[in-house]
Every structure is written in C-alpha cells, then in structure tokens.
Design a protein around this ligand. Structure first.
Ligand SMILES: Nc1ncnc2c1ncn2[C@@H]1O[C@H](COP(=O)(O)OP(=O)(O)OP(=O)(O)O)[C@@H](O)[C@H]1O
Length: 358
C-alpha cells in the first residue's frame, strides 16, 4: 500500500546570494490534504513551492515525492503542476488547447487527449466552454481552466501560488469554496500559497506558518488560531492581546502565573516551563468580556478609549493602568455601550500561554 506521506521535505535550505531564504525546512504532507503555506511577503513561501516543483534546486536537504527523491529531477518529471496567480493561460489558444497542452507535449494519442481534457473540464464544471478563448471568460473561469490544466496531468499533487489574488473579493470567496470542493471531491493533495489568513483558515486541512524562511508552526486551522506556538504566529493570525506574565509554579498540565497587580491565576499549559520563567498570555478579543465580573478568573481593570461598530460585533479599544492597549470584541450587545472604567474578564481556558524564548 502506498504510504500516506506524499511529500517529505528533509532539512531543506535555499540560499540566493547571501540571502538565506529557506532554513532547515522539515515537513511531511499526507495524501489528499489541503495544505496552505502562509506568511507575509518575502518569507519564502513561493521559493519553497518552486523548490518542490523543481523550478529551483535546493542547496541542502532532500525533497521526496511519492517515495522518490526528486532533487535532481526537472519540473516536468516531478508530477507537480503549478497554478499561478496570473493563470499563465495561452491567450491565443482555446480552452481545450490550453488544457491539452501538457498532454500534447507528452505526445499522448489524440483520443486519450480528448477524453482526458473533457474529463478535466467536467471536473471544474466548464463543459461546453472548451472552444472559448481565455479573454472570453471571467477571472474565476480562467482560474478553473488553469486548475483543469493541472488536473489533466493526473498528478499526485497540485501547487497553487496565490491563485485568487487577481479576483475581486466576492468572486474570491466563491472560487475558494469551489476549489476546496474540487480538492475534496477528487481527494487531491493541494499545496496553496497565500498571505491571506482568512483564506488559510477557511480552506485548509493544515496550515504551515512561515517566519523568515523557517516554519514557526504546522497545524490545523484551529490549532494555529487557538494554540499559536509563538508570539509571531499569534500576532500574524487574527488579532490578539498579549500580557507579560511570570510562572510562579507549575506541574505538567497547568501553571500558576502572576500578571500585573492582579491575583495570580492557573493557566493550562502545553509546553515545558521553568519556574520564574517570563511568558506571554495570549487572549483573543472575542474571548474577553466587559463588565461581567462573574465570567472567568482572569481580570484586568481598564478604561475604554474608543470603539468601532462592525455590524456583528463592537470592537473596543481600552487601556489598563500600565498603559497597555486591549482589544475586546463584544457580540450581540444591542444598544449597550461601555464607557469609562470597566473590568475585562476571561475564562482561564481561553488564555493561551506562549513561551517568550520562541
Ligand atoms: N530567483 C531569485 N533570486 C534571488 N532572490 C530571490 C529569488 N526568488 C526569491 N528571492 C528572494 O527570496 C526571498 C523570499 O521570496 P519568496 O518569493 O519565496 O517569498 P514569498 O513568501 O513567496 O513572498 P511573496 O508573497 O511576496 O511572493 C525574498 O527575499 C526574495 O527577494
């Protein structure tokens, strides 16, 4: 039986001149999963994607695809088609010919090409449009043609580099759902590059968060959001509040931590800690409550500075006595408004402890 691991990156390093772009990347990707490479511009996502596809050779480390080491294989022998932001469709060719291109190069028999192209068109729901030219199609449809061009090669893995960034917001959302649907229906393994956190959270089975050429965290969207391993990840994914704290004592499951002038609290822990260690408590704006002192053991006195109505929630900006800013999202509070001195509270299980050394 084929191994569940389709892509295995072992200690991959890539250097451009004196720019060390990928640092000791170790990553194992399972078959049939939607994986997103997430990180800000310039952190190395595209470079890693291109190193998997074979457009770049790595300077150190090994790239394994489907049980084969492919370091020395050119792109067309790796079975890793890439779909780009700008689609890279040939404008002078019909949709059919665009999709058939890779098979033509392989000199497949005409009948087989016809069958496979029509099959790929059906998979992306474009049957009937095979005679059109790219400029006669919408951005979303062109994106699907680009996808079909990858699908037709029957490759084990498809690489997508910011494929939706040319589309407007509404269409982007639609195509996201479609793409994820195609991936799930066909059981494809997809690696998707984006700097858009929402896109990553909403589409992926797993997210790889990049920080300056290294992987800070690999986990499910929920793990990345609720249990960020580093301050960088917590900060990059959504909005969060950080509080400096000190470990007073701990066992394997929880730590008693002191923060500000408040009564120390017990917080669940995942990482190994030391006594007296300086840590950060991270708490999401939606996990905090204003003036509900009965909720939770964590509490901070603060003053409301401003607020912003965002429809489903009101976002409050507050300041505590140490001058630290807090962000709290209040949901479903109708016409209630908070002003002046308030107490913000949270359940301890909504607090996430992050080691500072990370
Ligand atoms: N062919 C190249 N030659 C030299 N430097 C390169 C090359 N490709 C990328 N780089 C550099 O490598 C670093 C990482 O770039 P990369 O494109 O992988 O980042 P990214 O995370 O994909 O960003 P973006 O979202 O902007 O594409 C950048 O500093 C970039 O300038």
């Amino acid at each position: 039986m084929a191994s569940q691991i389709l892509l295995d990156l072992k200690n991959v390093n890539k250097v451009f001149g004196n720019n060390h772009v990928l640092r000791d990347i170790n990553l194992r990707i399972e078959r049939g999963k939607f994986i997103t490479f997430l990180g800000p511009s310039g952190c190395g996502k595209t470079t890693l994607l291109r190193s998997i596809a074979g457009f770049y050779t790595v300077d150190e480390g090994e790239v394994w695809i489907d049980g084969k080491q492919v370091n020395d294989l050119p792109p067309y022998k790796r079975g890793t088609p890439m779909v780009f932001q700008e689609y890279a469709l040939f404008p002078h060719m019909t949709v059919f010919d665009n999709i058939a291109y890779g098979l033509d190069i392989q000199k497949r028999p005409e009948e087989e090409i016809e069958k496979r192209v029509m099959g790929a068109l059906a998979q992306v729901k474009l049957t009937g449009l095979e005679g059109r030219y790219p400029h006669e199609m919408s951005g979303g449809q062109q994106q699907r043609v680009a996808m079909a061009r990858a699908l037709v090669m029957n490759s084990p893995i498809i690489l997508l580099d910011e494929p939706l960034s040319n589309l407007d917001a509404k269409l982007r959302e639609e195509v996201r759902v479609e793409l994820r649907g195609i991936q799930q229906d066909l059981g494809l393994t997809v690696i998707y590059v984006t700097h858009d956190q929402l896109e990553a959270l909403s589409m992926s089975d797993y997210i790889v968060v990049f920080n300056k050429g290294a992987i800070d965290q690999y986990g499910t969207p929920h793990e990345i959001y609720y249990e960020p391993r580093t301050q960088y990840v917590a900060d990059f994914i959504g909005t969060t509040n950080f509080v400096e704290a000190t470990v007073l004592e701990h066992n394997d499951r929880e730590a008693l931590v002191a923060y500000g002038k408040e009564t120390p609290i017990k917080v669940p822990i995942k990482a190994h800690l030391n006594k007296s260690e300086e840590v950060l408590l991270s708490v999401r704006p939606e996990s905090l409550r204003i003036n509900q002192p009965d909720v939770g053991d964590f509490s901070i006195r603060a003053t409301v500075k401003s607020s912003m109505f965002l429809g489903e929630k009101e976002r409050y900006f507050l300041e505590d006595s140490a001058g630290k800013e807090w962000i709290v999202d209040a949901y479903d509070i109708g016409l209630t408004r908070f002003t002046g001195e308030v107490v913000i509270t949270a359940d301890v299980d909504k607090l996430h402890l992050i080691k500072k050394t990370n």
